[in-house]
Write a protein that binds this ligand. Structure first.
Ligand code: UD1
Ligand code: MG
Length: 460
């Protein structure tokens, strides 16, 4: 079996986006369109990937600078065949080459894997993926003979009236034996309606040279939807949203209102978890079983245990254990590790902190750069004063500590196990085990002050 690589065509301008940004960098579900195509190719087993860039070439290169992907430049757009030709130094004659378009983000790895399987079992030199289109206008058409055998792919603008009646379209997805691709590219001509070098013409050229060309008909037309406008981008995102939500529901996740729930493909959610509306789950987020998430949660790259209940929580790049309750109006910033049975109430912000099992932070607190032990009670208005204007410092709090309301702990500072911090204290020195620390002015009362200040009270 030949090794497989992929060439992704992305040099076109994308005029209809009306954008300063190259079309293929527009995102849906937090990845640029062309990245979805790269990921599908990789999933299907492509070991090397080359993107043909043209319009906005520099910007596209920069976005993928740290990825293992090659680039070829097509300075002038002279057609899809010409675009592939620009990548000829990348193409290894011993490989099979997938040719894909950068603006078809709904393409799935499993479809490309089917293509590879079809291509190899039929011993083809080239296989194009076709689909039955409701409205084939504008697409290339797959022409077959009376016996149903593949003959050629003809562009809409070059097609005869009879050919335009054909509903089977060229989806723009191909797998070539590289050697056959390279030799046919050299023979392409641009004597057609658009004066372009058409990649689909390679199929006929390969057949004429005695090679085997065929079309594999794919099940779903929508997978090959090319995005040319922001309206089509929104449509593609809707399809992706439904696809992801349906998969999760089939796996045992309840999604109360799938239209208003935005889950990135790749997010994993355990059985019997309920996702409420207005929730957005992003990146490599993993959620356990029997949770209730939402309404209105946004998680990015979060790991969350079982039986967690959260509403109106924004949580980023952090770990949350099991049986945790949080919200409403909680902000968990990156770098937090929250244990089991933790309660985080309204208007609490956490950052880069460890929170031990059973600790409670019920209201209006800022816990930043803190290592907090188990079973701590943070009173309302607990503030970890972590920043001196130049540097961040850590606060360390032992187990079973009780922090009264409106306490400031000025870092760096350590509170030992079992200590009590009196309400309203501003703690600037370490606190020993099991003591009560009071750091506030003592209350004084001045008898007779009111009368001296305002005179004797009138009696009726
Ligand atoms: C192409 C196919 C058509 C097929 C359709 C499927 C050709 C000639 N036609 O038509 O049979 O039905 O896709 O969507 O191939 N590109 C370049 N450089 C170029 C021209 C195009 O990189 O010089 C890129 C575009 O950025 C795009 C892709 O190739 O990603 C397809 O080009 P496009 O102009 O959209 O081709 P279609 O006319 O849609
Ligand atoms: Mg197109």
């Amino acid at each position: 079996m030949n090794q497989m690589s992929a060439v992704i065509l992305a040099a076109g301008q994308g005029t209809r986006m009306h954008s300063k940004k190259p079309k293929v960098l527009h995102t849906l579900f937090h990845r640029p369109m062309v990245q979805w195509v790269m990921d599908a190719a990789k999933e299907a087993g492509a070991v090397r990937i080359c993107v043909v860039v043209g319009h906005g070439a520099q910007e596209v290169r920069e976005v993928f600078a740290d990825r293992d992907v090659a680039f070829a430049l097509q300075a002038e757009q002279k057609g899809t065949g010409h675009a592939v030709l620009m990548a000829k130094d990348f193409i290894d004659p011993k490989e099979d080459v997938l040719i894909l378009c950068g603006d078809t983000p709904l393409l799935q790895g499993k479809t490309l894997a089917q293509l590879a399987e079809f291509h190899r079992t039929h011993g083809n030199d080239v296989t194009v993926v076709s689909a039955m289109a409701q409205d084939p206008a504008g697409y290339g058409r797959i022409i077959r003979d009376a016996a149903g055998k593949f003959v050629k792919s003809v562009e809409h603008k070059d097609a005869t009236e009879a050919e335009r009646m054909v509903k089977e379209i060229n989806t723009g997805v191909y797998l070539f034996r590289a050697e056959a691709l390279l030799s046919s590219l050299g023979q392409l001509k641009n004597d057609n309606a658009q004066g372009e070098y058409y990649l689909p013409d390679c199929l006929e050229i390969i057949q004429q040279a005695g090679g085997k060309a065929d079309a594999m008909t794919a099940e779903h037309e929508e997978e090959f939807l090319g995005v040319n406008s922001r309206i089509q981008l929104a449509h593609a995102a809707k399809v992706m949203q439904q696809r992801t939500n349906n998969t999760l529901m089939e796996q045992g996740v309840t999604i109360v209102d799938p239209d208003h729930t935005y889950i990135d493909p790749g997010v994993s959610i355990g059985m019997d978890t309920v996702i409420l509306p207005g929730t957005s789950l992003e990146g490599n987020t993993v959620i356990g079983e029997d949770c209730e998430i939402g309404p209105n949660c946004r998680f990015t790259n979060m790991t969350v245990g079982d039986r967690v209940v959260m509403q109106s929580v924004t949580a980023l790049e952090s770990f949350v254990g099991s049986d945790v309750k949080a919200g409403p109006f909680v902000y968990i910033r990156p770098g937090c590790h929250i244990g089991d049975h933790v309660k985080i109430g309204d208007f609490v912000e956490l950052k880069n902190s460890n929170i031990g099992n059973g600790t409670k932070i019920p209201h209006l607190s800022y816990i930043g750069d803190t290592d907090a032990g188990e079973r701590i009670n943070f009173g309302c208005g607990s503030i970890m004063v972590n920043y001196d204007g130049q540097k961040k410092h850590r606060t360390t709090i032992g187990n079973d500590v009780f922090i009264g309301c409106n306490a400031n702990l000025v870092a760096p500072v350590k509170i030992a196990d079992g200590a009590y911090i009196a309400a309203g204290s501003t703690i600037t020195r370490d606190v020993a085990e099991d003591v009560l620390a009071i750091a506030r002015a003592r209350q004084t009362e001045i008898p007779g002050w009111k009368e001296r200040r305002f005179g004797k009270k009138e009696t009726k």
